[in-house]
Ligand binder design. Structure first.
Ligand code: 7TS
Length: 424
């Protein structure tokens, strides 16, 4: 046996030990992880794009459609009451999950993208004008760039961008320089989807608040990995997507401070967001309902509640320990591959590894890995400015969840060796 393989095996068993977390048992909760792809066991390393769903979430969706389906807030009948309880009960669950002050601060949306658009429309268009500035960062997902650019187009405000250092970390001094009396909003990502960087958002929020500037946090890649306490962070807005935290697609959450929501116009008009309607005048419903026009994704909300229960049941401490061990192990194993370069080497990172291989296009990496049953994402990851900053057209990205194993890291390493052989 080669020294390399021995080392991987030693690390593999120590990863298992230090994680204090029975990953084999956890994997049994996810039916899709038993799948074979091209005749090989699925190695799913595309969790930053979307995560897989535990049986508890599948059961909650099934139970809802089999035995609880009705529209909410508008029926006196049994099923409508059951559905309303499930929907509103989940709102309270999310309030506790984020440690928000009130369930009036929890708004159901389609996902992080819709949350950013809601804030840009409802808060941005009412509070920004020509000459104002919005600060974002060089590592934002397009969903945290484009809505603010559109806001700038409509209002004449300007976008300012915090640059990144060569490790893919924000240059905080530059942020402090950009922050000035014209700044009316700061919007940034908690954890970068293409670099893995965990940003010091508490510090950034405090700096912005010294100038009374509200802060929108894109938490899409943070909540699957770490506990988030919105009151401790003191953020003004915090958004995440259900599908990245083991829940269904099509549902997400916008947390917003009640004091701000009270100053915001509804984003969309329609049923459920009104108190009374005449042709002369409409009065809006109470918070948070005035921001939820139309029949919402009731099943999605209930499924998201089941996902949060599942994650809370595992415990973020254990999740973080296991993922940290995987990240360290994978980083070292990948760096041992000749010609492989990791893009995103921040000191504080979540379990996301973007890499490029000398002379091989990421699309070929992804396609050849797929033949071995290994799912990674290749491309710009909806962060084209990050690709430009690091002067690469695209990267391959392995993103890990708590159900991934050291053996899967080893499969990835073997897979990359195969890619290099095929492409040589
Ligand atoms: N913000 C971040 C940091 C993201 O990673 C994503 C999706 C979004 C916002 C948008 O979330 P949505 O649920 O509204 O689409 N990121 C990715 C990705 O990395 N690969 O596919 C989707």
């Amino acid at each position: 046996m080669s020294t390399y393989t021995e080392e991987l095996q030693r690390r593999s068993s120590s990863t298992k030990r230090t994680s204090a977390f029975d990953v084999d048992r956890v994997r049994k909760d996810f039916p899709i992880l038993q799948l074979k792809v091209h005749g090989k066991p699925l190695v799913y390393l595309d969790n930053a794009a979307t995560s897989q769903k535990p049986q508890a979430v599948l059961d909650a969706l099934d139970q809802y459609y089999r035995a609880e389906n009705a529209n909410i807030h508008r029926g006196v009948h049994y099923l409508s009451e059951v559905a309303t309880r499930g929907y509103e009960g989940t709102r309270v669950k999310i309030q506790k999950f984020l440690n928000a002050a009130s369930e009036r601060e929890i708004i159901f949306v389609r996902g992080t993208t819709e949350a950013a658009n809601l804030v840009a429309h409802s808060y941005g268009r009412a509070h920004l004008k020509a000459g104002d500035e919005i600060i974002i960062t060089g590592m934002e997902h397009h969903s945290n760039i484009v809505p603010w650019q559109m806001l700038c187009e409509d209002t004449g405000a300007k976008l300012r961008v915090v640059p990144l250092n060569n490790n893919g970390e924000l240059i905080l001094e530059e942020f402090e320089t950009l922050l000035n009396s014209h700044t009316k909003l700061v919007a940034l990502v908690h954890v970068s989807n293409s670099l893995g960087t965990i940003n010091p958002i508490k510090k950034i929020i405090a700096l912005a608040h010294e100038r009374k500037v509200p802060v929108f946090i894109d938490g899409a890649q943070a909540v699957p990995h770490m506990a988030v306490n919105v009151r401790d962070l003191d953020c003004d807005f915090y958004a995440f997507s259900g599908h990245k935290i083991f829940g269904p697609t099509g549902i997400g959450v916008l947390y917003a401070k009640e004091s701000l929501l009270k100053k915001m116009r509804p984003y969309q008009g329609g049923g459920d967001m009104i108190k009374s309607v005449t042709f002369e005048k409409t009065t809006y419903n109470d918070l948070p309902h005035r921001f939820e026009a139309g029949t919402p994704d009731i099943a999605g909300v209930i499924g998201l509640g089941a996902a949060l229960d599942y994650v809370s049941g595992l415990g973020y401490d254990k999740i973080a320990a296991h993922e940290h061990a995987l990240l360290e192990y994978a980083t070292e194993a990948l760096l041992a591959i000749p010609g492989l370069k990791i893009i995103g080497t921040a000191k504080h990172k979540a379990s996301v590894i973007s890499f490029v291989l000398d002379g091989i296009h990421p699309h070929d990496v992804g396609t050849i890995l797929d033949r071995s049953g290994i799912a990674v994402r290749t491309g710009h990851h909806c962060t084209q400015p990050v690709m430009k900053r690091f002067n690469v057209p695209a990267t391959s990205r392995a993103s890990f969840a708590f159900y991934n194993t050291a053996a899967e890291v080893e499969a990835l390493v073997q897979g990359i060796h195969t890619v290099m052989k095929v492409m040589s």
